[in-house]
Design a protein around this ligand. Structure first.
Ligand SMILES: [Zn+2]
Length: 64
């Protein structure tokens, strides 16, 4: 999940919605945005994957 905004000069900024870090600014096209977003190693998302309690439904599906 990323929040993209456009600057007055037509370039883009993208920000991660998990850790609220600005991943890139003044990016010229959406293809570059995709690449930069894919490269982002989100500390918040890594933590949530390390801790099963953070996402119990996706980590293990229980059957009753
Ligand atoms: Zn992040």
């Amino acid at each position: 999940m990323y929040s993209r905004t456009q600057n007055d000069n037509g370039t883009y900024n993208t920000r991660c919605l998990f850790c609220f870090m600005t991943i890139a600014s003044a990016v010229e096209n959406s293809k570059e945005l995709d690449a930069l977003e894919n490269r982002h190693m989100c500390p918040e998302r890594v933590l949530s994957e390390l801790l099963p309690r953070a996402e119990p439904r996706t980590a293990q599906q229980r059957r009753f």
